[in-house]
Design a protein around this ligand. Structure first.
Ligand SMILES: CC(C)(COP(=O)(O)OP(=O)(O)OC[C@H]1O[C@@H](n2cnc3c(N)ncnc32)[C@H](O)[C@@H]1OP(=O)(O)O)[C@@H](O)C(=O)NCCC(=O)NCCS
Length: 192
């Protein structure tokens, strides 16, 4: 997986040495439960997740502030399990609350969308959030996704609770229309 460059971030493969930075936010109850996972109890939880999941899932990037080498969040483009064909992927993300409110996730997600449509030839990219996740909803709206509706009781969380999913998607045609100037965001400009 090649690295990608945004205006202020480098998106690169996770490394085991990122465990401290991941734990810094993954232990925060504001983060994991909004994305469906339990807060980490120890640095070891974070290192294990990087080793057994983040480094194995093909398109899972650490979001790095290049001047400090600090990982401030993660973003991924995985198979969309609600759509049963390869050209459909879903966007997922989470970020250290210390860096919320600066537009970093919207910036990273734009580059990942361009990667998905231009480099992976996705036909559609979806994104889902739980009903009370207003911050994620605003990111999704800023990115220009189309609201599809609510898939009721569609996610069972780590604590056994069932949640509705608010569903959004963007087709390749919509992306090309909305992001006419964006070819530079992915193909050809990534830091390899
Ligand atoms: C979802 C999440 C990543 C959103 O973080 P965020 O900081 O709100 O999103 P962004 O980085 O895109 O920043 C957008 C905010 O920065 C502000 N901003 C400041 N400078 C900006 C810039 N240059 N460009 C864009 N926005 C900017 C925006 O106005 C916006 O604030 P607002 O929503 O109050 O209007 C974060 O809340 C999170 O990690 N939550 C927990 C995990 C989670 O919910 N994951 C998603 C599961 S669906």
């Amino acid at each position: 997986m090649r690295n990608l460059q945004t205006e202020r971030l480098v998106l690169r493969k996770w490394q085991l040495s990122d465990a401290d930075d991941l734990y810094e936010y993954a232990c925060n109850p504001l983060v994991g439960p909004s994305a469906g996972w339990a807060p980490h109890q120890s640095r070891q939880d974070s290192e294990t997740l990087i080793r057994t999941h983040f480094r194995c899932v093909t398109f899972h990037w650490a979001m790095v502030l290049p001047e400090h080498g600090k990982v401030i969040g993660g973003i991924n483009l995985t198979r969309d399990l609600k759509r049963n064909y390869l050209g459909a992927r879903t966007l997922g993300y989470s970020m250290n609350p210390a860096y919320w409110g600066n537009g970093y996730m919207t910036e990273a997600a734009r580059t990942i969308l361009a990667f998905g449509f231009y480099d992976l030839d996705c036909g559609i990219i979806s994104v889902y959030h739980y009903p009370d996740n207003e911050r994620s909803k605003r990111v999704i709206e800023r990115l220009g996704f189309t609201y599809e509706g609510v898939l009721r009781r569609s996610s069972q969380l780590f604590d056994g609770q069932l949640h509705d999913n608010w569903c959004y998607s963007m087709t390749e045609e919509e992306f090309r229309r909305n992001y006419r100037e964006s070819r530079h965001l992915s193909s050809g400009s990534g830091v390899r």
